[in-house]
Design a protein around this ligand. Structure first.
Ligand code: PLP
Length: 382
């Protein structure tokens, strides 16, 4: 095997060739500014509005609810900022295992304004305790405080899923605003916004084979909000700045392709996940996994008992051209706040394997062979 094996798809995915093809005209001849009235501008405008319509149809919503952003981080900042500044939220209920794009934004608001924040109770794998969520919502409701609930659909390190339908129903009951960071699930699960009670949902194109620097924020049509980024009138005055036409077209095409093949791809990736998990269980004594129940089919988060061999597992796999990450790429170099919040023992080394439709069984067989060597020979470098 002489090609690199990429198993870090929760960090980012490869750009799909079909997506690149759809984008290329807008990086070439069709370079117009969508705000211009002449033909170059009009063709860019048409491309953006067609992309918006296609995305809205795929997510079960109206085009006017889709705002184009630079990615998941901006969408999360926009949603949380708007909930506090425009929708009267004075208390935020969140979890300690959110991505930093959510948790640091909430830190900012709870330090710089009169907003308070509490964490919902989680089980040992990081699943939301819905009874505790309801208790907290009721408590704030009685005190006439409006809540923002910000809970991610799937955790990017462990793959643990949140039942966003259930959270939404609780938010409806207690008149709370619900934001969900769905960066790891849009393009991987069928999301039907018609059936969900949610005010804001964030997604990012590079997590489903689209381009980087392109994302969306779904804003429920009842929510009257102001922009995060001020300037021109783009995105119905909600997000100023000349539109990233190629990025927007790429996002729409990536979501279309992902949705078209979702059933087949998700079944195949689930098989890879189960295969890797069972092989690791058979191969590595004392291994455990961070999400044993219902979890994202694209992630296996494994805890290897710490030994001289496993200590530098990510580095050693890299020496064999296998790309994985320890916990989360975004926390590279530092301890993972997610593992810390879940009380993971220092005696373990956590490795995250994350799959995409580009992976195959042959790759996983090879990865397991290399891990076997690392674990049994206590090999340090090849
Ligand atoms: N939220 C989650 C759960 C993520 O996994 C990521 C990226 O790793 C982000 C937000 C940030 O998205 P982006 O890279 O598009 O800013």
């Amino acid at each position: 095997m002489n090609k690199r094996i990429y198993l870090d798809n929760a960090a980012t995915t490869a750009l799909d060739h079909g997506v690149l093809k759809a984008m290329l005209p807008y990086l070439g001849d069709k370079f117009g500014n969508a705000s211009a009235v002449y033909s170059y501008g009009r063709e860019a405008r048409v491309a953006i509005e067609e992309a918006r319509k296609s995305i809205a149809d795929l997510l079960g919503t109206k085009p006017s609810t889709i705002i184009f952003t630079s990615g998941g981080t901006e969408s999360n900042n926009m949603a949380i900022g708007a909930a506090v500044r425009d929708l009267g939220c004075t208390h935020i209920i969140t979890s300690p295992i959110e991505h930093h794009a959510v948790s640091h934004t909430i830190d900012f608001f709870s330090q710089h304004s009169t907003v308070t924040r509490t964490f919902v109770a989680l089980d040992e794998e990081g699943r939301v305790d819905y009874r505790d969520l309801e208790r907290q919502l009721r408590e704030q409701y009685i005190q006439l405080k409006r809540c923002l609930v910000s809970l991610m659909h799937a955790n990017n390190e462990t793959g643990v899923l949140t039942d966003i339908k259930r959270v939404g129903e609780l938010c409806r009951k207690y008149d709370a605003i619900f934001h969900t960071d769905a960066v790891q699930t849009v393009g991987h699960y069928q999301i039907d916004l018609k059936r969900l009670y949610v005010q804001f949902l964030s997604a990012s194109s590079h997590k489903f084979h689209g381009p980087k620097g392109s994302g969306i924020l779904y804003v429920n049509e009842q929510a009257r909000i102001n922009p995060l980024i001020h300037g021109g009138a783009q995105e119905r005055n909600l997000r100023a700045g000349t539109e990233n036409v190629a990025g927007i077209v790429g996002l729409a095409e990536a979501l279309r392709i992902a949705t078209t093949h979702l059933q087949k791809d998700s079944q195949r990736i689930t098989w890879l996940k189960n295969y890797l998990t069972s092989q690791l269980k058979n191969t590595v004594e004392g291994i455990s996994f961070n999400s044993t129940g219902d979890s994202l089919y694209t992630i296996v988060s494994a805890n290897f008992p710490r030994t001289p061999g496993t200590e530098s597992m990510v580095f050693q796999l890299d020496q064999h051209d296998i790309c994985v990450s320890g916990g989360s790429a975004c926390s590279a170099g530092g301890p993972s706040h997610v593992m810390a919040a879940l009380g993971k023992d220092e005696k373990f080394v956590t490795v995250r394997f994350s799959f995409s439709r580009d992976n195959d069984t042959e790759e996983i067989v090879h990865v397991v062979d290399i891990i076997k060597d690392i674990v049994t020979k206590k090999e340090l470098v090849p």
